[in-house]
Each structure stands twice: as structure tokens, then as C-alpha cells.
Design a binder for this molecule. Structure first.
Ligand code: ADP
Ligand code: MG
Length: 339
């Protein structure tokens, strides 16, 4: 039996706004096993960040978790409050944000703030805390970690700052790290180095990662499994390599067609027509139907979760069967119907 450290079940997060109830996360379920990396993918506004914040109990009023469970090693985090939640957060589960300055304090030296993070959960001497901070910096591939302890955040490059944020998340060897687009603002080669370090960390430490990104190229090089999100729901799941080689949900297929690496430079990049729907005003049935090249009349009714024999799923009336789906490089027919 697979040992899942994080098991998110039917999570629902809502915001009360003047325009109505925003169901930002609408029945999201997924599991991550020890040492595995789950890519949570989708366009901007699909509910990825709110999913991450909900898992860590970081949703403030007028938002609330309206239902579901977040089981971390079997303990439901949605029922923890105050001190009990603080004990878990940072120690058993940690978050890395897109902007490392969400984690780092600009007026404190790296060593000072990392030592404080160690001592927030463990009663150790400052000297021992600094040693743990230095070891964590070395783990994420930071050269001369001893010297970095003495630096202020602004003295480091963006890529180094993000490595420090990841090292801080690692200080207590958490079971799970939720990373919300942490490499999006970095240039491609720095991003590639960090992704390689993260892959190695997951393998060596057994920490499981949920890697939130809108960038399928990132997931394809990093993740074991993928969940594709659209309008607050998971629309496709499966092993990353298989989903990317032969997407079953038309939305995933559309996302893949707009990956620049799949097209010669200068060629027109196909885009999914239309834009992501407003979550306060979703169409009845499948939320993607108005933009979907495969949509039929039935798609105005709620789509079923299709379970395929290989363990993959798609929330769709008319998923793409594998024999219909040619390899990415020769998928021009779908590209034309989608544009
Ligand atoms: P993503 O990270 O995928 O880009 P988000 O999780 O940030 O998307 O947002 C999902 C949806 O929830 C969006 O429609 C967004 O407008 C809405 N949302 C997020 N935070 C709030 C909030 N505090 N109040 C109201 N709506 C919110
Ligand atoms: Mg986001």
C-alpha cells in the first residue's frame, strides 16, 4: 500500500464577495506520497494558490474552508487552530512563496532569521541553530553557506534568495513542502538549477512537494504526477510524463499546445480561445465547455470523472482517447480546431 503523507479530500474554499460566493476551490482531491513531487498546473485564477493556502490554514475571513479534509500523516489540518496549527506549520508542512521576501525579513541577516526559524520549533542553542541553517543552505546548493549566513537578503541575487527560502522551508525536514510558483520570476537557467536541486532533495530527504505552476515545461521536468486545475476543480490527473505525452482533457491538450518549446521560433503559438471564466459566473455543466473544441450539447450538464484503466482521470464528457491523440509534435489538427 502506498504511504501518502498528504491526502487532500474534497477541499472547498469560498470567499464571500459583493458579487456573490467565489468558490475558488471547489471539491479538490489529491494525494502525495513520500519523496514524490506533484505538479499543480493551470492558468492564472484557476485556484492553485488558494489550494496551497488552504492546505496550510492560511485563509483569512471573508474566506473560509467550506468543506473537505487536509490529512497530513492522517491528522486533519482543517480542524487545527492557534498553537496546534503553528506547531505543525513550518515543522511538518512548510510553504515556499513566489516572492522569497514573503519568507525573508529584509532587515535581518540570513543566519539570524534562519536560526530563529529553527528555534521557533526546537529548543536548541543559537550555535546549533546556526549550524542547522548552514547545513540547510548547503543542501539547496548554495556555495559558501557560512558566508551567506552573514548576508542580508538584498545582498543576494533573486535565485539565491529563493534558494534561501527553500532552505528555510527545509529546516525541520518537513513531510510536505507546498511551493507556489517559486521559480516563475527567475531566468530559465537559474530555474533549471533550482528544479534539479528540488528533485534531488525529494529523492534524498523523502520530503513530498506540491509544486504549483502555470508552466507545463516546469512540471514536465520536475513532477512525478500532475493535477490540472480549471475554475477551482481538478480536471485531469495522472503521471506527469503520460499526461504530457497524451492529454485526455481538452483543456490540458490546449495548455500543451501553447508551450513555446513545442513550436519553432517565429511560429504562431496557438492559444486556447476565450479566457478563463469568472468563478462567480460559471456556466452550467463543464466550466471549460465554452472554450472547448470538443464540446457538445451534453457539456451543459456536469461532467463525470472518467477513470481510465491506467489510473489516470479526466473530468470530461468527451475525453480524448489515446489513439485519437497523436504525439505533441504532430498535433496540428487539434491546434487548428482549437484556434
Ligand atoms: P491561481 O493561483 O491559480 O492563479 P488563485 O488561487 O489565486 O488562482 O485564485 C483563485 C480564485 O479565487 C480567483 O478567481 C481569485 O480571484 C479568487 N480569490 C483569491 N483570493 C481571493 C480573496 N481574498 N477574495 C476573493 N476572491 C479571491
Ligand atoms: Mg497563484
Amino acid at each position: 500500500m502506498t504511504d501518502y503523507v498528504l491526502n487532500v479530500k474534497d477541499l472547498r474554499t469560498e470567499f464571500q464577495t459583493r458579487a456573490g460566493t467565489v468558490k475558488a476551490v471547489d471539491g479538490v482531491s489529491f494525494k502525495v506520497a513520500r519523496g514524490r513531487i506533484l505538479g499543480l498546473v493551470g492558468e492564472s485564477g484557476s485556484g492553485k494558490s488558494v489550494t496551497g493556502y488552504s492546505i496550510l490554514g492560511l485563509i483569512d475571513a471573508p474566506g473560509k474552508i467550506a468543506g473537505g479534509q487536509v490529512l497530513l500523516d492522517g491528522t486533519d489540518l482543517t480542524h487545527l487552530k492557534g498553537e496546534a496549527l503553528r506547531r505543525v506549520r513550518g515543522a511538518r508542512i512548510a510553504m515556499v512563496f513566489q516572492d522569497p521576501m514573503m519568507t525573508l525579513n529584509p532587515v535581518l541577516k540570513i543566519g539570524t532569521q534562519m536560526a530563529a526559524a529553527v528555534r521557533a520549533h526546537d529548543k536548541v542553542s543559537r550555535k546549533e541553530a546556526l549550524k542547522r541553517a548552514r547545513d540547510a543552505l548547503a543542501k539547496v546548493g548554495i556555495p559558501s553557506p557560512e558566508e551567506r549566513l552573514d548576508a542580508y537578503p538584498h545582498q543576494l541575487s533573486g535565485g539565491m534568495r529563493q534558494r534561501v527560502a527553500i532552505a528555510t522551508a527545509l529546516l525541520h525536514s518537513p513531510a510536505v513542502i507546498i511551493a507556489d510558483e517559486p521559480t516563475t520570476a527567475l531566468d530559465v537557467s537559474i530555474q533549471g538549477q533550482i528544479l534539479a536541486e528540488v528533485r534531488r532533495l525529494a529523492d534524498e530527504t523523502g520530503t513530498a512537494f506540491v509544486w504549483v505552476t502555470h508552466d507545463l515545461a516546469v512540471v514536465s521536468s520536475l513532477a512525478d504526477d500532475i493535477c490540472v486545475m480549471y475554475a477551482g476543480r481538478i480536471v485531469e490527473t495522472g503521471p506527469a510524463a503520460e499526461v504530457i505525452a497524451s492529454p485526455r482533457h481538452p483543456y490540458t491538450a490546449g495548455l500543451l499546445l501553447s508551450v513555446p518549446a513545442e513550436h519553432p521560433p517565429g511560429e504562431h503559438l496557438p492559444q486556447i480561445p476565450g479566457s478563463a471564466p469568472s468563478i462567480t459566473n460559471l456556466p452550467p455543466g463543464c466550466a471549460f465547455a465554452p472554450r472547448c473544441p470538443r464540446a457538445q450539447a451534453t457539456c451543459t450538464t456536469p461532467p463525470p470523472v472518467r477513470d481510465f484503466a491506467d489510473g489516470r482521470t479526466a473530468l470530461c464528457h468527451f475525453p480524448i482517447e489515446s489513439e485519437q491523440c497523436p504525439p505533441l509534435s504532430s498535433r496540428s489538427t487539434i491546434s487548428q480546431s482549437a484556434s
